[in-house]
Write a protein that binds this ligand. Structure first.
Ligand SMILES: [Zn+2]
Length: 1037
């Protein structure tokens, strides 16, 4: 027996490490025995194409011989390889792998089926041809390898997020057959875990020494030349791993996952292939490991795979039946959590849940959004309304300033809806099953003592192909090993059910989950933001008009399929690297094409529906004009009417709620706008509501609210002051604006064209001016004050060619308030205007939708816009963020011409009393002007319905979706999602159960109550509940 020696910790540790090192002593150590003999492939030939071609097409092409070591490109091309292999008969009984190592992302096809994704960065370089070669196995095989000429993270030049280098080439480094020694692999995993435990549990932990000495004994018994000794070493390890924890140990629920960004540093089309590669790899693991559970989100990605890889999709469904492939999330894509409208978020769930139900037979119970840049305080209600009561994310671990205080908690939205929320404490959605990560999961957990279970998401994301066998082998050993948390392979359902069994100790977080990072994403890629807002508005208008047309005219066919297609395009663009503007140029180009399709096809649908609704009288020009309003309140506005003579004329018109008016005689304003040029180049405009003075630079020097007799601009200050900031983040260029940018504020005050009067008054007063930002950038603005209108509108055009600059516009006010209010989905929330605590100042740049408001008792100022999302209100200054100029990942981001409109609305009373919400909708939903035949009844004034309470905004009117199993309701039922914006005098009633509203969103279920009369036809309501009160709508014809 060898004499025992007093062991030196360091040398003992390093002895084990050298025994398994990939770098040192590989001729004598265990690692060097992982692979046995190898042989080259029989033949290799290739076909290169700029297209992402189907397998069927590709294999018919002409393939040319090529050798390992050759390179292929340029970036985004595809090289298909035909690989002939012959397995030597001498390898009988061995496990044989086809090894493929390249810089690109590869997919192996065998017998016309995608079988394995191979991406070096995802630790996947081999496809298992056989686990034990028999004489009966085919020895000669034909494989195809589809090599995408891009890396896991695209092809960034220099750094990951740099714009792609279009001229990169990708090399095939290895293509061969090799014998894989499974027994050596198993021992290597044992050693790795023991070594990690020895190192990481620390010198004051006896389990650390037990691991260390076990590993050392294993080295002693293991003769690398004699595989018969391996079993003894494995037994030593197994004995160690089987020493169990006490009953109180934390349980980690491991779920395989592969977070695939639907477009980011690569185009949408490449994502389809990333899905195929990743899920083919996951299937191989599911076959081999019956306990392995893989969670997969985003209906759109599954829909793509269904279309492009039907065989793969069928296999996925088989594993879904077995409970191993688990669909999660419930949404169409993992969308941005801030900027989509309330209705868009509902549609994300509607389209997603319907897909999961139809294809996988179940709705998702948990919202899954691990990687989005903040979460709206309205999401809990939307989730509950869609039958989702659980939420998983981890992104707040990226907070730059404050550490979020929980990992498991109830998240409560603005109406009081609560969802059970979990942040996996490993603070990642791409773990590897390592000892260090398991220890971190336990250590980081902020709810120790309250919760004893957590989620552990493992697998390479974004084309890394998800989990690996190594990860599963690690987790398999650690099911219950003293010193480490227990590990279970669980589904989200299992995990959340355990949490739900006892929630008595959980804390509640109220309001938004604000990410203290990536705050530039409210502004970057302004055209994507504008496309989103415009398309949300047009789709709403189409659905309103089509619904009215279908109840008015039996002959009208509601364009359900086309609307679903257009909605899905919009939902796709709301993906969390597209709408935030953090994607490469080619993705932006694709996104703009989707918006163009929505707008052009949408406008056709709208025109057809209007024609049907108003009768055949619609003309290009006409003597009479029909004005259509899709919003649920009466509007009196100035419009531009086309005349038979070919020109246009301004007219003040009144249009009823959700209806139209035929304009024969425009209204005469009781107080026309008066425009006065003053001697010093300034201009005064007044409309009986506001009196406004502009200087020659178009800046407001005075805004007086005439009814309240209140000045809005502080003495010596300027409203509509453009300001430019240096905007150089630490790394994430398109994503981040840092707090220090505020120290570089430069007012823009160089005149190009002084203020001049355009409209001299009457129904409209307007002025225009132009100012210089730099040699290459300038602003042109028309400032409008209409009769009867309580706000000043700034129609703005910017020519923008800057580098790392941030353009904003400021409105200093005379209002003092501790909080400003911002519109969010179906509601609003308040954020502080001061910087008392780190939580306050971390919100130096925030998001909102169509309006923000700063009010004190009885008076306030609102800032409205038609396509912007970034705001800041600090003390008394309201600022709207306009344009950024990041250079990565899109070097051309935001360069060029921009058009947008914002408005300033001083008001008496609260913003609710002043109808700020309604005026912000008006700016976003211009009245539709429809020329009519003179024969149209002289002064038609038709309203489908109106709503008594100003607290209610009718968000959506649409036809119920008809499913095959349900009776056909077309032309008889109209369903609505109704946003109740604040709880004024709305009747209280029993709350809608979440099940009811879930079904309402997903199925054509007729609710018995909450009926609304629509032109004599019943329609159903689903109520959004806001600001703390569950309520039912009061509606009238
Ligand atoms: Zn992501």
């Amino acid at each position: 027996m060898a004499s025992l020696v007093l062991k030196n910790r360091r040398t003992t540790l390093e002895r084990g490490e050298k025994f398994t090192s990939e770098q040192y002593f590989t001729r004598a150590n265990l690692r060097g025995r992982l692979f046995g003999p190898s042989c080259p492939v029989e033949s290799l030939s290739y076909f290169l194409t700029p297209l992402r071609t189907s397998y069927e097409k590709a294999v018919k092409e002409e393939f040319k011989p090529v050798k390992v070591g050759a390179s292929f490109g340029p970036t985004w091309w595809t090289s298909w390889f035909r690989v002939m292999v012959t397995i030597p008969t001498a390898w009988k009984g061995e496990e044989v792998h086809f090894v493929w190592e390249s810089d690109g992302e590869a997919l192996v096809w065998r017998n016309s089926i995608p079988v394995q994704g191979l991406t070096k960065e995802g630790e996947k370089i081999s496809y298992i041809l056989t686990e034990k070669l028999t004489d009966e196995d085919p020895h000669s095989l034909e494989l195809y390898v589809e090599l995408a000429c891009n890396g896991l993270f695209g092809a960034g030049q220099g750094s990951m997020i740099s714009p792609p280098d279009p001229n990169r080439s990708f090399t095939v480094h290895r293509a061969e057959l090799v014998v894989f020694n499974r027994a050596v692999h198993e021992l290597l995993i044992d050693f790795e875990i023991l070594s990690d435990m020895a190192k990481l549990l620390g010198t004051d932990n006896q389990r650390s020494y037990q691991a260390l000495y076990t590993a050392n004994k294993m080295v002693n018994v293991c003769d690398v030349e004699d595989p018969s000794t391996f079993a003894k070493a494995r037994r030593l390890a197994a004995d160690f791993f089987q020493q169990q924890n006490g009953a109180s140990q934390h349980t980690v629920h491991a779920m395989g996952h592969c977070h695939i960004d639907t477009a980011w540093l690569w185009p949408f089309e490449e994502t389809i292939r990333k899905c195929a590669r990743s899920w083919a790899s996951a299937l191989r693991l599911m076959e081999k490991n019956p306990n392995f559970i893989f969670a997969c989100s985003q209906a759109q990605q599954l829909q793509w795979v269904k279309c492009w890889y039907p065989v793969l999709y069928t296999q996925l469904k088989e594993y879904a039946e077995k409970g191993q492939f688990v669909t999660v999330g419930g949404t169409w894509v993992e969308m941005d959590g801030n900027l989509p409208s309330g209705e868009s978020m509902v549609r994300q769930f509607l389209q997603g849940q319907r897909f999961f139900q139809q294809e996988f037979g179940k709705y998702c119970c948990e919202f899954w959004l691990p990687d989005t840049f903040g979460y709206s305080a309205q999401l809990p209600q939307i989730m509950q309304g869609c039958g989702v009561t659980r939420f998983l994310t981890q992104k707040l671990s990226w907070n730059l300033v404050n550490e979020f205080p929980h990992h498991t908690f109830f998240w409560e939205g603005i109406d009081g809806s609560r969802v059970l929320t979990h942040f996996p404490p490993g603070n990642s959605y791409g773990l590897h099953g390592k000892v260090a990560e398991l220890l971190d999961t336990v250590k980081n957990n902020k709810d120790k003592g309250r919760v004893n279970d957590s989620v552990f998401l493992f697998g390479f994301g974004d084309g890394g192909g998800g989990p690996t066998q190594n990860m599963l082998d690690r987790l398999q050993r650690l099911q219950n090993t003293d010193g480490l948390p227990r590990v279970k392979q669980s589904s989200p359902e299992t995990f959340f059910s355990i949490l739900e069994a006892d929630t008595t100790m959980l804390c509640t977080w109220v309001g938004e989950l604000f990410l203290e990072l990536h705050n530039g994403t409210y502004t970057s890629q302004a055209k994507i933001k504008k496309g989103n807002r415009k398309c949300e508005c047009i789709l709403r208008s189409i659905e309103v008009v089509c619904s009215l047309a279908s109840v008015q005219k039996d002959s009208f066919e509601y364009p359900s399929a086309q609307l679903q297609h257009l909605w899905r395009l919009l939902l796709l663009n709301q993906f969390h690297d597209v709408l935030p503007g953090s994607c490469i140029q080619s993705v932006v180009e694709d996104a703009m094409k989707f918006y163009e399709e929505i707008q052009s096809r949408g406008n056709e649908l709208l025109k057809e529906a209007i024609q049907c609704l108003l009768g055949g009288s619609v003309q290009e020009t006409g003597k009479n004009i029909n004005v259509l309003n899709t919003l649920s309140w009466e509007r009196t506005e100035v419009i531009s009417m086309p005349r038979l003579e070919g020109d246009e004329v301004l007219a003040l018109v009144k249009v009823p709620s959700v209806g139209f008016a035929t304009v024969t005689n425009p209204l005469v304003p009781s107080h026309p706008v008066i425009v006065t040029s003053q001697g010093d180049g300034s201009v005064l405009m007044e409309n009986g509501i506001l009196k406004v003075v502009f200087d020659s630079l178009g800046r407001l020097t005075s805004v007086t609210h005439l009814l309240y007799k209140r000045e809005t601009i502080p003495e010596g200050c300027h409203g509509n002051q453009f300001v430019l900031f240096d905007d150089i983040p630490l790394y994430w260029d398109a994503w981040d604006v840092m707090d220090y940018h505020l120290e570089t504020r430069k007012p823009i005050s160089e005149l190009l064209k002084p203020l001049e009067i355009v409209c001299p008054g009457g129904v409209r007063g307007s002025v225009r001016h132009s100012i210089r930002i730099s040699d290459t950038s300038k602003i042109r603005q028309e400032i409008i004050l209409d009769a009867c209108c309580p706000y000043i509108k700034f129609k703005t055009e910017v020519e923008w060619h800057e580098t790392h600059k941030f353009l904003k516009v400021e409105f200093p006010t005379t209002v003092r308030s501790l909080n400003a209010t911002y519109e969010i989905q179906f509601g609003h929330l308040q954020r502080p205007t001061h910087q008392n605590t780190s939580w306050d100042w971390a919100r130096f740049e925030v998001w909102g939708h169509k309006w923000a408001d700063l009010s004190e008792h009885g008076f306030g100022v609102a800032l409205l816009n038609d396509c912007k999302y970034g705001y800041s209100v600090h003390r008394n200054v309201m600022t709207l963020s306009l344009l950024r100029a990041p250079k990565a990942p899109d070097a051309t981001a935001d360069m060029g011409h921009h058009q947008f409109t914002y408005a300033l609305m001083p008001h008496a009373g609260s913003f609710q009393e002043a109808n700020v919400i309604q005026f912000a909708y008006n700016i976003n939903y211009p009245l539709h002007i429809v020329p009519a035949e003179p024969s149209v009844s002289a002064s038609c004034f038709w309203s489908a319905f109106s709503i008594q309470s100003p607290a209610i905004i009718l968000e959506t009117i649409k036809q119920k979706p008809s499913l095959p199993s349900m009776p056909e309701y077309r032309s008889t039922w109209v369903s609505s999602f109704l946003g109740l914006q604040h709880g004024l005098d709305v009747g209280q009633g029993p709350a809608l159960g979440s099940g009811e509203s879930c079904q309402q969103l997903v199925e054509p279920l007729a609710l018995g109550d909450g009926k609304l009369e629509v032109a004599g036809v019943d329609a159903c309501l689903v109520l959004g509940c806001f600001d703390g009160s569950q309520a039912r709508a009061l509606a009238s014809t």
